[in-house]
Design a protein around this ligand. Structure first.
Ligand code: HEC
Length: 219
């Protein structure tokens, strides 16, 4: 019995030392140009999926989530802040998406993968070590209308998206984070309808706005 315990302890010690040697040796390539090993990829995906599901448990969407007006509001938010990385129907992702690893996913299947509560959690918290930012400073209301949009995204045609974008611009394309400090007084009536991120589908022009977290004017 003693020998068994000693052997196990030695094996554990060697494994720990090996782990440290690996970390400090620099052999691991952190470059975004080198894809993960299939095992690393699987581990990260599985951790992410289970983490989101566990942390979002119990988050209930507001009753208006399927209302058309909310979807229109969500479109404005999505076009201004998300399409640059994730693209939209008829709108290819912008330059920044090409260099990111992992590549920002096409979100047309996200609503099938995640519940509205889980999507809300992802938007609010972001995803560590992936390039997906947390949008918690945008306020819950704005995140929920974006989820309302994501729920309608599966199967959305280029034409339907274009119509939503135009509708949201008709309303000024403005969205409010619900945070009075969010709209700096120096930018009265800041309007997403005129922002370059608001790219019309079919124009082949990638969304150009990349949200700058350090920028005072997040909108
Ligand atoms: C700077 C680029 C960037 C921006 C801007 C961005 N994302 Fe992401 N997002 C990512 C990356 C990278 C991932 C992780 C990619 C992967 O592994 O699927 C991700 C993941 C996600 C996921 C999870 C996808 C999945 O299948 O697990 C959702 C949902 C999502 N983003 C929604 C949004 C929404 C909505 C917005 C706008 C409010 C947004 N993202 C803005 C880069 C971005």
């Amino acid at each position: 019995m003693r020998t068994v315990i000693l052997t196990l302890l030695t094996a554990l010690g060697v494994a720990i030392l090996g782990g440290f040697a690996f970390i400090y040796s620099g052999v691991y390539d952190v470059g975004a140009t080198r894809p993960h090993w299939p095992l690393t990829y699987w581990a990260m995906e599985t951790v992410r999926m289970h983490s989101v599901k566990a942390h979002a448990a119990g988050i209930v969407p507001p009753p208006w989530i399927a209302e058309e007006t909310k979807v229109v509001e969500g479109t404005a938010h999505f076009a201004a802040h998300c399409a640059s990385c994730h693209g939209a129907p008829g709108v290819p992702p912008g330059d920044i998406a090409d260099g990111l690893y992992p590549r920002p996913a096409d979100l047309k299947n996200s609503a099938a993968r995640y519940t509205p509560g889980e999507l809300f959690w992802i938007l609010k918290n972001g995803i560590k070590m992936s390039g997906m930012p947390s949008w918690s400073d945008h306020g819950d209301y704005e995140l929920w209308v974006t989820v309302a949009f994501l729920e309608k995204l599966p199967g959305m045609t280029e034409q339907a998206y274009g119509k939503l974008v135009i509708e949201s611009m008709g309303r000024g394309g403005r969205h409010n984070s619900g945070d009075p400090d969010e709209m700096p007084g120096s930018m009265p009536g800041m309007d997403h309808g005129s922002m370059p991120g608001m790219v019309m589908p079919g124009t082949a022009m990638p969304a150009m706005t990349v949200p700058e977290k350090s920028n005072v004017h997040k909108h």
